[in-house]
Design a protein around this ligand. Structure first.
Ligand code: KG4
Ligand code: ZN
Length: 336
């Protein structure tokens, strides 16, 4: 059987990444050049800075990905690239590189939705079994996605304000942590206790939407009140209380969505899927309530942005003949 190899490119935010993926579920290489240090002093991603870094990094990432995978250009079957959602300037660097590479080597060009990529990162752990539910939690998105089949996405709920990762990063700023602060808050949370009792927004409402801005405001108010009164709060307890609220809402809604839609598998993906508290509580609660549903988290290093996941999602697209031509453009607010 002939190997099907895809070269994948991801540049939607602050990581430049190029990967070579075989058959959608095997990583031959996955080069990720992070720019996070350049954005830290600004407390978030600066779009113009991101674009410039992508320009500087993309060619060497491409060369390294081919070298590490030990494949030649003529062994490739296609070039996949993130077309959105993301920062327009950042996306355009990856798209331009992908177009040039595809055109020069006469390869089909496959556009991939970044959020689909996050879901398909689960294929590096096990095959997807439909129908499935995906909880997508990242810096820009919090969505529950129902999938009846490959490439079919039905968003049944989403955040009405901040994304879960965004809430982590904003709260981290109040605690004086460096951007992005999700990982650090997660580590602090494991040492503290849920004593501050922050709200669990919309947890009892029977839709599948989320809201995290109220939680963020309660957190900020609690810290400011304490400052005014000269009261000292426990940072680890603040982290634990914040995380308990986020995790409880995410788990509660997700379990209910899995019940309602009667799925065979749950995939939890995106940057926040790296959260230890979320992984533990989701796994435990699903085992207790819906033991017949298979719960899959991508490996930790594939939860954040990377090109391997784009390569995996491209296989679903290949099967459905979704090939783009040289007019492919970035779509900053592309939806699933
Ligand atoms: O998917 P991702 O790498 O980029 C986007 O597409 O947004 O997600 C980045 C987000 C950041 O907000 C970061 O703080 C959060 O994921 N994050 C975490 C953890 N690791 C990363 N949030 C909570 N717990 C973690 N362990
Ligand atoms: Zn992402």
């Amino acid at each position: 059987k002939e190997r099907r190899l895809v070269l994948a490119i991801e540049s939607s935010c602050d990581e430049t990444s190029v990967a070579v993926v075989e058959d959608g579920n095997q990583i031959l290489s996955n080069i990720v050049a992070s720019q996070v240090l350049s954005h830290q002093r600004f407390g978030g991603v600066v779009p113009e800075v991101a674009s410039r870094h992508h320009v500087e990094q993309i060619i060497s990432c491409l060369e390294d990905a081919l070298k590490e995978a030990n494949v030649t250009v003529d062994e490739l079957s296609a070039v996949a690239v993130t077309e959105g959602p993301g920062l327009v300037g950042a996306l355009l660097i990856g798209i331009s590189a992908a177009k040039a590479f595809a055109f020069a080597n006469n390869l089909p060009l496959i556009p991939v939705n970044h959020m689909a990529g996050h879901i398909y990162a689960a294929r590096f752990v096990e095959e997807m079994t439909f129908p499935l539910m995906a909880l997508l939690v990242s810096g820009g998105h919090t969505e529950l996605v129902y999938m009846k089949a490959d490439g079919e996405f039905d968003i049944i709920g989403e955040t009405r304000d901040d994304a879960a990762g965004e809430a982590y990063d904003k709260v981290g700023r109040v605690l004086g942590l460096r951007y992005p602060s999700g990982k650090e808050i997660d580590e602090m949370a494991h040492k503290g206790q849920d004593v501050y009792n922050f709200p669990r927004a919309m947890i009892k409402e029977d839709h599948f939407d989320f809201s995290f801005s109220g939680l963020k405001s309660s957190f900020i108010n609690r810290v400011h009140n304490a400052e005014q009164k000269g009261e000292t709060l426990s940072t680890i307890d603040l982290a634990a209380s914040f995380q308990a609220s986020v995790v409880e809402v995410l788990v509660n809604k997700t379990v209910r969505a899995c019940q309602t839609y009667d799925v065979k598998q749950l995939i939890v993906a995106g940057g926040v899927a790296a959260n230890k508290g979320l992984r533990e509580t989701m796994t435990q609660t699903m085992k207790e309530t819906l033991p017949e549903v298979n719960v899959t988290f991508p490996p930790l290093k594939l939860c954040g942005d990377n090109a391997a996941m784009i390569g995996s999602a491209a296989f679903a697209a290949i099967n459905q003949q979704q090939v783009a031509d040289m007019t492919l453009n970035a779509i900053p607010s592309l939806v699933l």
